[in-house]
Design a protein around this ligand. Structure first.
Ligand code: M6R
Length: 608
């Protein structure tokens, strides 16, 4: 999604802004732009395509001198990716410039209104309406103009605004779209995400909905929507800038896959103590756990896939019924839910628009929501009733790997804690599970060490038209994620099917040589999955099997077998996903795809 960076201070704004935008490239974008006040006027440069074009166009910002500016990477929603539609947008007099992340839902009505007042629009964007509205309401007081606009627009927005008549300040405001403010001894910053400004400061303010920030060189003031001054506490960012760098790996995705053992270890270190599970930040009491009679897991994409695994694990360990929903469906389906139900929203970014909306809807109905979130201080983390962090650190590659693994771990721990509170697992089983959890980091490490074998295998499939993933139960959940990993970065069509469902239609797609990846880690379903495997093989499929060490009879049925170390069956996803992540990665690398920034995708999907 779009990225915003702004700076005011002692330094030159443009190079700082371009550097910050480069750190936000992972979010996905198709054009970039920058506005700098040069002492007389606001000058804008923008360009469709990669940020480096803008960097070259401005000689790395040198052509835009000035100590105050705002920049933007745009992920097109309203209007094609063109220079004209790129941000920043001006008012007609070019005295106000604005960058925007989000969607103005009532922009057509507002545009008609402004056109009827004589305003001329040059772009197709919803954002331009903001520049004209600000112009219309600006009578010398920028704060007043901003709050008036805020009260009139519907939808989501994070805005950076510059007024030529007030060249000593930048204004920022947000609603349902992330925006942070940072400060150091030389100036102030705005950004969509922490990595953009981490090189310059660790002192960060997370803006709440409809708060306005006024940034000056040496001063930072926050206002409410009623223009009252607010006191806000800064947060110190603990993780280092290096965590968001590539560190010698060819891609962020590869680096992040290799960080998985460390991430799992870190989570276990934080959450297991003296033979028990202690999740410090999760303020749910024993009786809160005991009173849960139903769980709804709500999420999008890979977080949803983690949720599908969570359903099997929680239902089996804690014997509490779980429904898993895509947030985009859940928010509109009016579920039958009571106050003994718990909603778990899973999100790496903590900013996914559908997940946020689903959470807000549930909370408005008095239902408690637990957020399983990676980004500390994100909207879901702040608004959820209870929070459980996944300790994956910053994840830059659009295709999630380590954050997904951390979500699985969080769900295992949650399930075990719930099972213990409900009395559905005895202490011996509980301790055995803890021991299995502790082995996962080194088992993942072992699987990663086999990457060259998987790379060789993957190279055979860079020309594939279609690849299928099948499995039952937890293996189906693994298949969903394996398939998404492959298709989102390699652009090869892929589908995941519950193995038993294949013959109800999809099997007709199997042709001579079609690759079918069969996941068979669940011993009680093993024979059933084998029979589905045999069915596809009989129709010409080439079968890749992922199964447990010891299941050597698999070699009689499958064409290629990858073994995963033995673990508790509920935790098998954590291991089986590793070869599938590597497979997707190497197919994409083999095809020459932009692995970290796949086309059309964004890291945080902050619009509906
Ligand atoms: O930040 P979230 O976990 O809420 O994001 C959800 C999905 O957008 C995300 O998992 C997406 O599917 C990834 N591209 C998967 O790799």
């Amino acid at each position: 999604m779009c990225g915003i960076v702004g700076y005011i201070g002692e330094g030159q704004a443009a190079p700082i802004i371009l550097d910050g935008l480069a750190k936000l490239e992972y979010r996905g974008y198709d054009s970039a732009g920058i506005a700098v006040y040069d002492g007389e006027q606001i000058r804008i440069k923008k360009s469709v395509g990669r940020l480096k074009i803008l960097v070259e166009l401005t000689h790395n910002g040198e052509m835009l001198p000035g100590n105050l500016g705002i920049g933007h990477t745009r992920w097109a929603t309203h209007g094609a990716p063109t220079d004209v539609n790129s941000h920043p947008h001006y008012n007609a007099k070019e005295t106000i410039a604005v960058v925007h992340n989000g969607i103005i839902e009532n922009y057509i009505k507002l545009r008609n209104k402004m056109e009827s007042k004589g305003y001329k629009f040059v772009s197709d964007t919803d954002t331009e309406v903001l520049a004209h509205l600000l112009d219309y309401y600006y009578k010398g007081n920028p704060l007043e103009a901003i709050t008036k606009v805020m009260h009139r627009v519907e939808g989501s927005y994070a805005l950076g605004v510059v007024f030529a008549e007030h060249p000593d300040r930048i204004f920022a405001v947000r609603k349902a779209s992330p925006l942070i403010v940072g400060q150091n001894s030389e100036g102030c910053f705005i950004a969509s995400d922490v990595p953009a400004i981490l090189k310059y400061t660790r002192t960060v303010y997370f803006m709440e909905n409809q708060e306005v920030a006024c940034l000056q060189k040496n001063k930072l003031t926050f206002y409410s929507a009623d223009e009252e001054v607010l006191h806000k506490e800064p947060v110190t960012i603990e993780w280092d800038a290096q965590a968001a760098e590539k560190g010698g790996y060819e891609h962020y995705m590869l680096k992040e896959m290799y960080e998985q053992p460390k991430v799992l270890e870190e989570t276990l270190r934080k959450c297991i103590s003296h033979g028990d599970i202690r999740i410090d930040e999760l303020k749910m009491s024993e009786s809160d756990f005991r009173s849960i009679n139903k769980i709804y897991i709500v999420a999008c994409g890979s977080s949803y896939h983690a949720g599908v695994t969570g359903k099997y694990v929680i239902e089996n360990i804690a014997r509490v019924s779980v429904e898993v929903d895509l947030a985009s469906e859940f928010r509109y389906r009016n579920p039958i839910i009571d106050d003994k139900s718990l909603v778990i929203v899973i999100s790496q970014s903590g900013e996914t628009a559908d997940s946020l909306a689903a959470m807000a809807d549930m909370r408005a109905k008095g239902i408690k929501v637990t957020g399983i979130v990676n980004v500390v201080g994100s909207s879901i983390a702040r608004d959820a009733d209870y929070i459980m962090y996944t300790w994956a650190g910053p994840e830059i590659a659009v295709a999630t790997t380590k954050a997904y693994s951390a979500q699985l771990m969080a769900l295992y721990l949650f399930a075990m804690k719930l099972g213990k509170a409900k009395g559905t697992i005895d202490s011996e089983v509980f301790s055995g599970m803890l021991e299995d959890l502790k082995l996962l980091p080194q088992q993942v490490e072992f699987l990663l060490s086999n990457r060259s074998k998987i790379q060789k295998f993957a190279n055979r499939y860079i020309g594939a038209k279609s690849i299928f993933f099948i499995g039952r139960g937890i293996d189906y959940a693994i298949s969903l994620e394996g398939s998404l990993k492959l298709k989102e970065i390699s652009y090869i069509h892929s589908e995941a099917y519950a193995a038993g469902e294949l013959k109800h239609g999809t099997i007709s797609l199997i042709e001579e040589g079609t690759l079918v990846a069969c996941v068979a880690t669940q011993e009680h379903l093993y024979k059933k999955t084998i029979s589905n495997m045999v069915e596809v093989k009989a129709r010409g499929a080439f079968v890749l099997a992922v199964t447990n060490e010891g299941n050597y009879d698999m070699e009689k049925e499958a064409d290629y077998v990858i073994y995963i170390p033995k673990t508790n069956p509920y935790f098998a996803n954590t291991l089986a996903i590793i070869p599938l992540q590597l497979f997707g990665y190497y197919v994409a690398v083999g095809k020459g795809c932009d692995v970290d920034k796949p086309r059309n995708l964004a890291k945080s999907v902050t619009v509906e």
